[in-house]
Structure formats: C-alpha cells, structure tokens
Ligand binder design. Structure first.
Ligand SMILES: Cc1ncc(COP(=O)(O)O)c(C=O)c1O
Length: 458
C-alpha cells in the first residue's frame, strides 16, 4: 500500500535516490510555500494526496496519469461529478462577459427562484461564498431576531469554521463528559475564548431525554439550535425521533430558532434534508451542490424572517451581510445548471444507487464476518470498522486500531483507483451507474477484508 513506490515517473527536481512520482515532487515543492505542503486539512493524508490534473464525470486523472473513480466529489459538493457539460457551458457563456461586478446580475435571481421552487421553506435567500459563512450568517440572524447570544449544537457535528460551531467538534473520551454526564463544551483548539464556550450548549445526539432536559434548562437563553440531520463527522446517521421531538419542543416552547445545516444534506431530496425528517427550519444554511462546483454558501428561510434579518433597504439591517464575491455570476450560473439537472428523477436514481451500495457492502461484511458496516442515506455513505450500532459521534469514534485500519483502507482503495475522503466516507454523483457502484462496492469490501485479514482491528 506504499503509493510512492507504485509510481515510477522520474524526479523532475533531479534529487538523488529512487525516482519520485510527479505528485511527490509537487508535494516536495509545495512544502516550501504552503504550510504542511497542503491547502486543506480535510483533503490531506499521509504521505500526501495525489495531485489532480483533470476530471471528467466520475473520474479524475492525477499528475502521474492514474485514473481514479472519484467518490469524494470534493467533499460531496459535486453532484454531477467533474466538468459536467451543462455547467461547463453555463460558465463558458458567462465568463467572457465579466466574472464579478459591484452590481447585481440577473443570475442571482434565477438561482434564488430555482432554490425556492424546489424547497418552499427557502422563500428568500442570501448568497455567500462558503458553507462556513452560511452557517455563520444563519447564527447571526437567529441572534438578531431573538436578541439572545447563545446557540446549541450537537456533539461532534461539523458546521465549518465559525468559532461557536467549532465547540466540541472533536472531543475525546478524556474530555467529553461534563457535569452530570452531560456532553462538555470542549474547546477545539488552544485559546478558544471562554465566552465562546460559555455561549455554546452541546447536545447529545442519541440521548433524547438528556437532550430534552438540557434544552429545557438552557432554552430561554438560546438564539438557535444548529442541526445537521445526517452529520458526517458524527456517524452519518439520522437523529432518533426523540431527539427531533426535543428540538421541536424547545423551539416551540422557548422561541428558539431551528437552523438546519444542509450544506451537505441539500442533495438528499429536491427540497433538501429537512422534509425527510418532518422539520420546518426557521433558517437554513446551504452550500456545496448549489454552486455547481464553484465556491458558494447561502442562508435561506421564510420571507418574513429573512427580511427581518437581512433587508437593508429600510435602515440599518439586523445582520450585516455582504461579501465581495457573494452571488458572483459564475457561481450563480454554474449552480443553476447543476440544480436544474438534479431533478426528482436524478435524486431518486442516485438514492437507489446509494441503497444498493450500502446493502452490498453490509452483505459482504456480514458474509465474510468482517466487523464493519456502512451508514448513510441517499447518495451519502460512510464506512465504520465496528458492528456495534452507530448512533452518534461517540459511537462513531474509531478506536486507535480502527483509525489506523481506516487510513490503510483509504490508501488501499487509492491503490485500486478509488478515492474516498480520508475518513472513508463518500458521495455518489450522477455520472455513476451500476458498473461504477459495483466497482466501488467490490473495492471497498475487498480492501476492508484484506486489511482485516492482515491487521485485524478487533
Ligand atoms: C455540514 C457542513 N456544514 C458546513 C460546512 C462548511 O462548508 P465550507 O467548507 O464550504 O465552508 C461543511 C463542509 O464540509 C459541512 O459539511
């Protein structure tokens, strides 16, 4: 599974020793000007990822000429894979006429109309440039509308890099328990301001009674509850109905705003994830697929709330929102082309492929007595190296041995020409069909079985 040994292109830097692959040479060069040689923590894995040269459909070619089945899809943001012709055409049409103006364009209206037509809860929309910003603006709106500072989030859930949402992002058994067995608010990195910790309430995902009790106590000081109904970092499993009931109840009784983070989940149905769980969010954070592969984020919600938070035409707005590149025409045109092609039939077909994949993997693991399972929903999936039920962040935290095995499986899959995210999750794209799902299922099941035979993690 040593990837550098598997490639044989010569070292263009001319160093002594065995020839470097082109990706290795690129990484060596990158280390001089990029901390860690890598721009994104989430995409990095040891010794370094291959460098992409081009993508077409569900395939990517790397600097060393390898073709890789891309099941990471830029962290689930590419629902049509790479260089999807309608998106390329939409960008081509726009790019020659200017890429950003200090003026609005009609492109932004068209994309808001498309999102609203798919998802009636998204009556009004403001675009920004990332999912991080989308969640941040939704939280700021909830604060402005309620006059409260604190927010609640679920332990282990990832919502981007806004400080309050980084609380308890990756706690460990050594620090995750707080008073009376409640989840502690754990700083993500050194020197997180104490006020941030004090104003973030951490909720247990799979303990509805405890969740309800915490919300009953903390509800009066909460502006919003941020919820991703299929949080990938906390196992990629839906919340139990009891937890949803506790959330709905707290929102109703204490006037707390429900903020659904659908930066990933929007791909789960035409209208997003919330209708699948009977939720009526006060605000939504969107991103990823709505930009057609270009940088994007959006905060959305019922018109009255969105206007109260963001309408700046009647005096100073409750929330300051701008962004030099927000709603740039390239992103708007690419997003419109991508969403129009992701119609009900496409969503359902991708969901069926996801069901097939998870069933094939779970059958294979059971049949070969491999302690592993696949979770997920629709086009999203994640591999876990245990047969114990995955219910939340804590039960999805791999042991050290399982962590090492997941890295080895990820590397082994890459050897076989399949790319997952480094924690072995993935998202399907519309260019995939039965052949690609078969290839993916065989590769994941085979690599996992091989790793278990060589270095059992149980
Ligand atoms: C659920 C969720 N929310 C927010 C974000 C942040 O989005 P971005 O990376 O565009 O800032 C992500 C990114 O992966 C995400 O998965």
């Amino acid at each position: 599974m040593d990837r550098s040994a598997a490639t044989s292109r010569s070292n263009t830097a001319g160093a002594a020793g065995p020839p470097l692959s082109r990706s290795t040479a690129a990484f060596e060069r990158a280390k001089r000007t990029i901390p860690g040689g890598s721009m994104r923590q989430a995409t990095w894995f040891a010794p370094h990822p291959p460098y992409a040269v081009r993508g077409e459909g569900c395939w990517v070619e790397d600097l060393d000429g390898r073709r890789i089945l891309d099941c990471a899809n830029n962290f689930f943001s590419l629902v049509h894979g790479h260089a999807f012709p309608p998106v390329v055409e939409a960008i081509r049409e726009v790019v020659g006429r200017g890429t950003a103006f200090g003026l609005p364009t009609e492109h932004e209206i068209l994309l808001t109309e498309e999102i609203r037509a798919r998802s009636p809860r998204c009556e009004q929309i403001r675009f920004c440039n990332s999912g991080t910003e989308a969640v941040m603006f939704a939280v700021k709106a909830a604060r402005a509308l309620t006059g409260r500072a604190a927010i609640a989030k679920f332990e282990g859930a990832y919502h981007g890099a806004y400080d309050w949402l980084e609380v308890s992002l990756s706690p460990t058994p050594a620090n995750w328990d707080g008073p009376r067995g409640e989840p502690a608010a754990v700083a993500y990195r050194r020197a997180m301001p104490p006020a941030v910790l004090a104003d973030t309430v951490v909720l247990p995902y799979a303990e509805p009674a405890l969740c309800a009790a915490i919300l009953e106590r903390e509800g009066p000081r909460l502006a919003g509850i941020v919820l991703d109904t299929l949080a990938s970092k906390s196992g990629m499993v839906p919340p139990p109905e009891g937890t949803l009931e506790a959330v709905r109840d707290a929102c109703r009784r204490h006037g707390v705003m429900l903020i659904c983070d659908e930066v990933i989940g929007f791909r789960l149905s035409q209208a997003g994830a919330h209708p699948l769980f009977g939720l009526e969010p006060d605000l939504l954070a969107l991103g990823k697929i709505i930009g057609g592969g270009l940088p994007v984020g959006a905060v959305a919600g019922p018109a009255e709330r969105m206007a109260a938070a963001f309408d700046h035409t009647q005096g100073p707005p409750a929330v300051a929102h701008g962004g030099t590149f927000s709603a740039n025409p390239l992103t708007m045109a690419a997003g419109l082309a991508a969403l129009r092609a992701y119609d009900r039939a496409a969503v359902e077909r991708l969901g069926r492929l996801g069901d097939t994949l998870r069933a094939r993997l779970n059958d294979a693991f059971r049949g070969a007595a491999i302690p592993a399972q696949a979770t997920g929903l629709g086009s999203l999936f994640r591999l876990h190296l245990t047969t114990a039920p995955i219910r939340d962040y804590r039960s999805s935290c791999p042991t050290d041995a399982a962590k090492r095995a997941l890295s080895a499986i990820h590397a082994g899959l890459l050897e076989r020409g399949v790319l997952l995210t480094p924690n072995c999750s993935g998202a399907l794209s519309t260019p995939m069909g039965a052949a690609e799902i078969g290839l993916l299922a065989d590769a994941v099941a085979g690599t996992t079985a091989e790793e278990f035979r060589e270095r059992p993690w149980h």
